[in-house]
Design a protein around this ligand. Structure first.
Ligand code: ZN
Length: 389
């Protein structure tokens, strides 16, 4: 491959460029270049489980919220409408009319959440669909094939995500299986793309439950795969928060600084800067959208639980510091009324605000890193109360 070809190849897989690093913490600002655009990091990825972020249109996501990368769930899309149908429709970007970047998980996390309905073997995992009870098998190879059919920019390897707590012995066994699956997935992926440019990257996942020694060992082994990026999985499974951060601290120094690091399934708004301070570049979580629908709105002054009587005649926006459409247009009193009345528009407006808030936090974080003021920012946000006072 000549230099020009090499550069164009690099532009078509997820390549990472470091822009600034914090001198006191492990925080960094970067650019993740994908075949579907460049993503400023650190970044929060809204979750579009079924190929849609519940309550929002792609126009809302792209034009108003300026989302650059979304997450979609392989498990759900595999079961319905099916990855082969999506492939025939031109891939997930075309199917859902989303021209920007997409990251897909491997489906493993959803399968492992179906405890009772699944069986793990060294070859993969057999499970029953939550929709109709049909039996299916996910293997390290088949989950790569499904994600290649979807055409996501960043794909994840099949991993086992143990629940919390588990014994050290089980965690080791499970971590070894995850590693063997990662190697099998990479072998399969590299064999499939040989000689062609699919524009897709595959990230392996560090597991090891809440044991720093296992996390380190797993990280050392996945680094040998020389991937375009690395994920830290198995967090947010019910463990105390300081423990999740400790696991990131155990893992991160082993991962190459030239590659993006993705903490899967995190976190609360106040946790985002904490993960970034520990060297994380990508995060995703259903919280902003799910909590929005349940009446919990995140603001720069803490949470607003919209059903509270105190908001029934409150003329102020949800967050006076927020520039989203919801905050520019509606009062807390009106949103509370929509929530109490069970109106669909409540979910739409609340989700729009919460996602905007998460993206604002990420913009503030990135700005602070670039200006060399992240430690000061971190100190300030740690004093914000959990709930609006
Ligand atoms: Zn807002």
């Amino acid at each position: 491959m000549d230099r020009q070809e090499c550069l164009s190849y690099l532009r078509n897989v997820a390549t990472f460029e470091l822009v600034a690093e914090c001198k006191e913490t492990r925080a960094r600002a970067g650019l993740l270049h994908t075949a579907h655009g460049t993503v400023e990091t650190p970044v929060f990825m809204p979750v579009g489980t079924q190929g849609t972020v519940k309550g929002l249109t792609q126009r809302d996501l792209a034009d108003e919220l300026d989302v650059r990368i979304l997450l979609a769930n392989t498990y759900h899309l595999y079961l319905r409408p099916g990855h082969e149908l999506i492939r025939r429709m031109g891939g997930l970007h075309q199917f859902m009319s989303w021209p920007r970047a997409i990251l897909t998980d491997s489906g493993g996390y959803q399968v492992f959440s179906l405890s009772g309905l699944r069986k793990i073997t060294d070859g993969g995992v057999t499970f029953q669909s939550h929709l109709d009870g049909d039996r299916h098998v996910f293997t390290p190879e088949s989950t790569v094939d499904v994600q290649m059919a979807l055409g996501s920019d960043v794909m994840m390897v099949l991993d086992e995500c143990p629940e919390y707590p588990v014994s050290h012995e089980y965690a080791r066994e499970s971590m070894e299986r995850t590693l063997a699956w990662a190697r099998a997935a990479f072998l399969h992926f590299r064999g499939k793309i040989a000689g062609q440019n699919t524009g897709q990257s595959l990230f392996p996942i560090v597991q090891g439950s809440m044991f720093p020694d296992l996390r380190r060992q797993c990280a050392e082994q996945v680094v040998a795969l020389e991937a375009d990026g690395y994920a830290i999985g198995g967090l947010s499974v019910g463990e105390p928060r300081p423990l999740s951060l400790e696991m990131v601290e155990a893992t991160e120094p082993v991962l190459p600084s030239t590659r993006p690091r993705y903490a899967m399934g995190v976190g609360m708004p106040e946790e985002l800067p904490e993960y970034v301070a520990r060297g994380i570049d990508l995060m995703d979580c259903v919280l902003p959208s799910r909590n929005a629908r349940n009446g919990c709105l995140f603001t720069s002054q803490g949470r607003v639980i919209i059903k509270h009587t105190r908001y029934k005649d409150d003329p102020r926006p949800v967050d006076e510091a927020c520039g989203c459409y919801t905050c520019r247009t509606y009062s807390r009193a009106y949103l509370r009324h929509l929530f109490q009345a069970g109106e669909i528009s409540y979910a739409v407006l609340a989700t729009r605000h919460n996602i905007h808030r998460y993206l604002d936090i990420m913009r503030e974080i990135r700005h602070a890193i670039v200006l060399g003021q992240f430690p000061k920012y971190l100190k300030a946000v740690r004093t914000v109360p959990v709930e609006v006072e």
